[in-house]
Design a protein around this ligand. Structure first.
Ligand code: SR1
Ligand code: MG
Length: 402
């Protein structure tokens, strides 16, 4: 079915789903629910209650849903997302949803329904633990970043691929909302009146601005690898046994530390939101310890596997020089610290916040969480060029808790 672009209604989503062979029985009576709770897209859950079969239809809107039609966005991001999912799926088949169909005219991607998983941010807010997550995401990062870089793929093919992942609209969102607006009195900023002093400090801290300028420049110019581009815990579905990375519509060629930093930042944001005891009297400090251990495991898994890939599958002869591998990985850690810091700061004072902190019911506890997140975020940004070990990030997070 070829159609002119328009946002689908729930019945139209059903009609579209019926055209895809092999997913539903021809006589199935399908139900459709629009379940998109993200900032940008429509997401339809289509199911056949009698057989239990179900799929997801994700449709890009021509504007940012979170703001409205005044913020236009290219529909090409649906193509970028489906192509990124395909590449990630080739590298880590168990860690991304299966894509059944991409429909360019409608900016629509049909994919596997992951309703048996939950969004990781929700799981962390409920203080659930995911024993396999660090291993899974460390492998995802190592394989997707290595095999899309000049180390792991033909360098001419990489340039061709880079052309397909120029993603100006979505990169502009990141450039503005992460690397600019939190550091000036921008209209898009949003923060509680109780932490206005913190926001004003951010706007006036010249030492901080210098480090953010360095990191922003890296984001603008360092086309190291094909990034997911928005790898927060709302872009990850989990169960205790399984991890699935979704939503790579911000994919583009950028600095590897941006993706690694995104994962660590979102674990740290949850860490900042955990304090005291829960309703059952369990100490949340134990949960904080779990989060810090997870952070350490993510980095160490990433580093070990990335180095193994470099030793076994490097395509760039001169980069085989061992000392260069060390220099490269040391720089990745520094970038990871810096980008993690930027990702934390934007979620407290910028346009799009995180539920880990925004849903804390007690105003004083919420304010403490916001201040803690900013303390950790600013320290990471300011210290990123000196970072030498992941243990320093753990110590920084621990000592920031007063
Ligand atoms: C206008 S979009 C706001 C944020 O949502 C996405 O998930 C990205 O993180 C973006 O910065
Ligand atoms: Mg998203």
């Amino acid at each position: 079915m070829t159609q002119q672009y328009h946002p689908l209604t729930e019945p139209e989503a059903i009609e579209f789903a019926k055209t895809i062979p092999g997913l539903f029985r021809p006589d199935a009576v399908l139900t459709s629910r629009e379940i998109g709770d993200g900032n940008l897209n429509l997401v339809f859950h289509i199911s056949d209650p009698s057989s239990g079969a179900s799929i997801i239809l994700k449709q890009a809107l021509p504007y940012a849903k979170v703001v409205g039609e005044s913020w236009p966005l290219s529909l090409d991001r649906a193509r970028i997302e489906s192509e990124a999912l395909r590449i990630e799926g080739e590298l880590c088949p168990d860690l991304v949803p299966q894509v059944y169909r991409y429909e360019p005219e409608l900016a629509l991607t049909v994919m596997e329904d992951l309703s048996d998983h939950i969004i990781m941010r929700k799981g962390l807010i409920e203080r659930r633990t995911y024993p396999l997550f660090a291993g899974h995401i460390g492998r995802f990062l190592a394989r997707t970043l290595f095999f899309t870089s000049d180390l792991g793929m033909n360098q001419q093919d990489k340039k061709e691929r880079q052309k397909r992942f120029i993603n100006p609209d979505l990169c502009k969102i990141t450039e503005d909302l992460i690397f600019d607006h939190p550091y000036t009195d921008a209209d898009t900023n949003s923060f509680d009146a109780a932490i206005r002093d913190e926001a004003e400090q951010l706007w006036n801290d010249k030492e901080l601005h210098l480090e953010v300028a360095r990191l922003r420049h890296g984001f603008l110019t360092n086309g190291q690898a094909l990034l997911h581009g928005d790898l927060h815990t709302g872009s990850i579905f989990v169960t205790e046994q399984s991890t699935k990375v979704i939503d790579p519509e911000f994919a583009y060629y950028g600095p590897m530390g941006f993706d690694i930093g995104a994962v660590l930042a979102n674990l740290l944001l949850n860490y900042a939101g955990q304090e005291g005891w829960n309703e059952e009297g369990e100490s949340r400090n134990e949960y904080r310890a779990y989060l810090l251990q997870t952070i350490k495991d993510v980095w160490t898994t990433f580093e070990r596997q990335f180095r193994e890939l470099w030793d076994e599958a490097n395509v760039d002869r001169i980069s085989g020089t061992k000392a260069f591998q060390d220099i490269y990985v040391e720089q990745l850690l520094r970038d990871t610290f810096g980008y993690a810091g930027c990702k934390m700061v934007r979620r407290i004072v910028g346009l799009a916040h995180v539920a880990d902190i925004d849903t804390i019911p007690d105003a004083a506890a919420k304010e403490r969480a916001q201040r803690l997140a900013l303390t950790i975020g600013k320290s990471l940004i300011k210290s990123h060029r000196q970072a030498a070990s992941i243990d320093e990030l753990i110590e920084l997070a621990e000592k920031s808790v007063i």
